[in-house]
Design a protein around this ligand. Sequence first.
Ligand code: ATP
Ligand code: MG
Length: 411
Amino acid sequence: MTKLIQVIKGTHDILPQEIELWHFLEEKAVKIFNEYGYKEIRTPIFEATELFARGVGDTTDIVNKEMYTFEKSDRSLTLRPENTAGVVRSFIENGMSRLSSPVKLWYKGPMFRYERPQKGRQRQFHQLGVEMFGIKDPTADAEVILMAVNYLKSLGLNDLDVEINSLGCPKCRENFKQKLKEVLKPELNNLCEDCQNRYEKNPLRLLDCKVESCKAIFEKPEIQKVIQSDFICEECKEHFDKLKLYLDKMHVKYSVNKLLVRGLDYYNRTVFEIKSNNLGSQNAVCGGGRYDSLVKNLGGEDTPAVGWAMGMERLISLLPAKESKKLDGYVVSNYPAEAFELAEELRSLGYCVEFDLSNKKFTKQLEKASKVAKFALILGEDEIKSNKISVKNLATSEQKTVSKNELRSIL
Ligand code: ATP
Ligand code: MG
């Protein structure tokens, strides 16, 4: 027996019975993002490895452990693990900084991370994301958060928690990092291996650790004192206060979570996540923040920016299944040429119509029609002779015989 080839671990087919939900997410995205003036951008699925090493940061899990990297013609290429770096590359390469600010972009598509597959965590997954370039004021941070909340509401997801935090600027953060390192030093040997590795390179990331024993350590009063302290400078504080004010004014409910640091290196000031209580341990549906230094770090002009990404599979798992759409009509006939003709005519008018391609028995065709269509369009000998169609409403079983012109007012 030939061995079956199976889908790769951590990847999934999106099957026809699920696709309507995906279309729903995508249609709502187009609608809401349009309302806020965002334009879609599509960048390649693979980029130079260097882009992610520099753009996402080489102290991150993504770059250190999770990238799908391969060589081709002596170049190191990587399947995108996220899309902010790719969008920023395109922004710079296409001279978008010359456009009037802000430049508002959105994207959707597959991302690839070599992670341990589990519920809510795949190796190929899909993100929907937005990036806004050119505005340093917290109005931009508030607008992207508001848009995320409104997008989620448009999907019918209302009971989600918005968490925000400010990481300060590189200057005030440095101070905080030092204090954090000092207070954590005596605990270093009790922390998990990841935390020990991050201690020197990126101590802030320790706060993000999901290991219970580490979390317990961070609960200690002397450590909490540092975590909860207001380390951010006046300017950063003003930025954060204004953001909170705008969110209050727009009736966005949020809480400040001082442990929220986000996994990527490029964030400064605002970071945020939107979480659901119905997702188990992988509970974040949306993550984002401000990344004012990234455009410059990747060789562009100094351009402030803010954005977010949502995991589409996690959104889907929060939504009720959708029934697949029914055809407008199913032609029931043992006269294939005439059935073809009628189906094509209706299709050209924009109706969704099918007919039986294998000339099955009349009753079988009617059975099929009642499963897949709103109306059975019956073309028997009598109908063909009189150039009419018998239309059966499959919900009510009402049936009448009409001309082609009359048919249009029924479908
Ligand atoms: P997590 O803490 O869940 O690992 P993250 O901080 O790595 O998330 P981001 O890089 O901010 O995630 O990506 C934004 C969103 O993309 C997440 O909130 C989540 O909904 C989704 N996401 C991230 N990684 C995966 C994955 N491996 N499988 C499915 N969805 C994912
Ligand atoms: Mg992750």
